[in-house]
Write a protein that binds this ligand. Structure first.
Ligand code: CA
Length: 221
């Protein structure tokens, strides 16, 4: 599990890094907001500890920017801003949690684990004989690994997470491709066909086409 610390006070950053590494986490540190945002995009980060007052971009700006494309990675504010109003502002910007400085490292560790636990509970997804292990980016068919591209992986995960619900083409384009405007959704079919081929399933099995609407994943179809 990799944690990104965005903190401009070197002493605090080092203290956090050391403590978290001792607890078995991989840690990267960004010393300003801009770098923090860049790392959140370029590295595969599982959780972000975010200071508020930072050079170049504030923590609030970083948080909002991240949330434009990533609604899932847990973000915990770790800040000296301690009023109720500020706490609300931080949470409204998209943070999952808000810890005030000075903080107890033990409490921080517990809170980090809670966020990871919530994640792990949905780490494994199943559809028929297919198992998806999200943390490992792994797709197993009858316990044998099938190699997927990242987009195929994300598409399959999205459909399974919405099992037994019809996913419209527009929903799929918005959620999987992160495109928020009208777009030629024909690209979805190409990926669905490729996924079906890799899993050796036909149109009537597991991932069914709803003509003119979209797709539905179900164990029962
Ligand atoms: Ca600061």
């Amino acid at each position: 599990m990799k944690i990104l610390i965005v903190e401009d006070e070197v002493g605090i950053a080092n203290f956090l890094k050391q403590g978290l590494e001792e607890d078995g986490y991989d840690v990267i540190v960004a010393g300003d907001g801009k770098k923090g945002y860049e790392f959140s995009q370029s590295q595969k980060v599982d959780l972000i500890l975010l200071d508020w007052i930072l050079p170049k971009m504030t923590g609030i700006e970083v948080c909002k920017e991240i949330r434009k494309t990533d609604t899932k990675t847990p973000i915990i504010f770790l800040t000296a801003k301690d009023t109720v109003q500020e706490t609300i502002e931080g949470l409204k910007a998209g943070a999952n949690d808000y810890i005030k400085k000075p903080f107890s490292f033990e409490e921080l560790l517990v809170r980090i684990k809670i966020h990871f636990r919530a994640d792990q509970e949905i780490d494994e997804l199943t559809l028929g004989a297919i198992t998806v292990v999200q943390s490992k980016y792994q797709i197993l068919l009858n316990h044998k690994e099938v190699v997927f591209t990242q987009r195929e992986f994300e598409l399959l995960v999205y459909l399974i997470k919405n099992k037994d619900k019809v996913c419209t083409r527009n929903q799929i384009i918005e959620e999987v491709w992160n495109i928020h405007y009208e777009y030629d959704t024909g690209v979805i079919d190409v990926f669905i066909n490729s996924i079906r081929k890799k899993l050796g399933i036909n149109k009537e099995e597991l991932i069914k086409t709803i003509r003119g609407v979209g797709y539905i994943a179900s164990d029962n179809v």
